[in-house]
Design a protein around this ligand. Structure first.
Ligand code: BTN
Length: 322
């Protein structure tokens, strides 16, 4: 019944509807209408009530509305199965379970809030309720194991293109998997995979986009290094729209990658990256590397000219600009 009432308010597009009209259209008493409006208010819907005019819907709670998401999806397979949670520990954990139960490629696990969101290198990922786009996506590409890092770069390119086209913000990719705006992080990617006989079995691409966090939503230690799309854009971000755009960008690039390999993706990455041609340092299993990022090779590794003139490659880990 709540759904029918909401539909009437949405169709009215902010115009007042009287209690009498609502009660006759839904065939329930005016008291029942009032009770339903109260219930919707408790869920975060904002109504204005004016004597003799009735009620009008002012705003909806910022929730990742599944019906809206599904109706806006233009993809063939990515996001065609969605598991949505108000709150869970980590979307990665649920995606791992689903994969073990045979989840199809494109399965999307989405949460409003994570209580134990995971970042790379054992770090925590801050995932407050309703503020970000926290999700994990199941992919099952048939590629040799050593190509797995390319998928991180592929996801980064799709995210960057989606954010640029939805917000026009100057977002860039920091190798291997951070998205930055003006040097501050707005998005991270955590790729977890499983292999068999040197071939990749599946990948779970975990993505955290800090969409609508206010400065106060970040813990103290992140304030200087992280930001959100809404802070940078100066207005709220439509999370459903951005997620749909990302899935569609990713699907197109993923198809291209499976058909033509990494070369076209590498070109796109090069155009969007903010890591190359800069002095940087990185702590690798072999020790501290300090040098100048010259290029990215065909496997996705970063080619670094060391301060002593020698050239080395970094295959994973964090880099820091000097
Ligand atoms: C990083 O930059 O360290 C990667 C962050 C990845 C965070 C996302 S949020 C959704 C998914 N679930 C998790 O627990 N982590 C990833």
């Amino acid at each position: 019944m709540n759904d029918q009432l909401l539909q009437l308010f949405e169709e009215a597009e902010g115009v007042f509807l009287s209690g009498e009209e609502l009660s006759s259209r839904l065939n329930i008493s005016r008291t029942a209408i009032w009770k339903q409006i109260e219930r919707l208010r408790e869920q975060g819907y904002l109504f204005e009530a004016v004597p003799r005019k009735g009620y009008r819907l002012i705003s909806k709670p910022d929730k990742l509305e599944l019906t809206e998401l599904i109706s806006k999806l233009t993809t063939r397979s990515l996001g065609r199965t969605i598991k949505y949670f108000e709150s869970l520990d980590s979307t990665q954990n649920v995606a791992h379970q689903l994969v073990n139960e045979g989840a199809a490629e494109g399965t999307l696990v989405l949460a409003e809030r994570q209580t134990a969101g995971r970042g790379r290198m054992g770090r925590k990922w801050h995932s407050p309720k309703g503020k970000g786009i926290w999700f994990s996506l199941v992919l099952r590409p048939s590629i040799p194991l050593q190509f797995t890092p390319q998928l991180t770069l592929l996801v980064a390119v799709a995210l960057c293109r989606a954010i640029r086209s939805e917000t026009e913000l100057p977002v860039g990719i920091k190798w291997p998997n951070d998205l930055l705006i003006n040097g501050k992080k707005i998005c991270g990617i955590l790729l977890e995979s499983s292999a068999e006989d040197e071939r990749l079995k599946h990948v779970i691409a975990g993505v955290g986009i800090s969409a609508n966090l206010f400065p106060d939503d970040f813990p103290e230690e992140l304030r200087g290094v992280a930001t959100s799309l809404s802070i940078e854009a100066g207005k709220p971000i439509d999370r459903v729209q951005l997620l749909c755009r990302f899935l569609s960008e990713l699907e197109q690039l993923y198809d291209l990658y499976l058909a033509e390999g990494f070369t076209p993706i590498k070109l796109l990455w090069e155009a969007l990256n903010v890591s190359l041609h800069r002095p940087l340092r990185s702590m690798t299993p072999q020790g501290l590397i300090e040098g100048y990022a010259e290029s990215m090779d065909d496997s996705g590794a970063l080619v670094v000219r060391l301060d002593d003139g020698n050239v080395t490659k970094i295959y994973s880990g964090d880099v820091e600009f000097r």
